[in-house]
Design a protein around this ligand. Sequence first.
Ligand code: GNR
Ligand code: NI
Length: 177
Amino acid sequence: MAILPIIETPDPRLRVISKPVGTFDAELKTLVADMFETMYDAPGIGLAAIQVGVAKRILVIDLQEPDPDDEEGKKVIREPRVFINPVFSDESEEHSVYQEGCLSVPEQYADVTRPAEVTVDWQDEDGKHHQERMTGLMATCIQHEHDHLEGILFIDHLSRLKREMVLKKLAKLRKAA
Ligand code: GNR
Ligand code: NI
């Protein structure tokens, strides 16, 4: 297992459209395991393969956020989910607003409006097909992750003014570091 470096904006690799996975082999399982380790270490609630420089349609999600007050060794119950080649359908008319962040746009947060519910078809690490209606935070998170597969970042959903404010704050943060 390995913690992989996370790519940050404006790295052009974040704008690449990821390719479908066609081979469900041991190499894929290693990549998925490394993606989980990287996401838990960050920490984040989701990660797309392109964020670690791999242009494949692979997402990992665990909505169970680690409790920063938790003592070392005391672990939250993890709920790892992997989505390979996810396809969306039947997005709800109803929308929800959530304050989003992104490991590739570090320490910046802004409200994003997305369909409240979406049906997702995907494959698991063995290539087996699944379908589920996603709601709540899972619906928001999987749409954020799916955007990464299309080279889209959450800041692209903001007004130009808000986007420029976020990028300016990020530049300031980096200068201070
Ligand atoms: O850790 C993350 N938190 C988050 C919060 C609200 C909506 C989406 C997310 S995903 C993000 C991790 C990330 O950048 N995934 O691509
Ligand atoms: Ni992200």
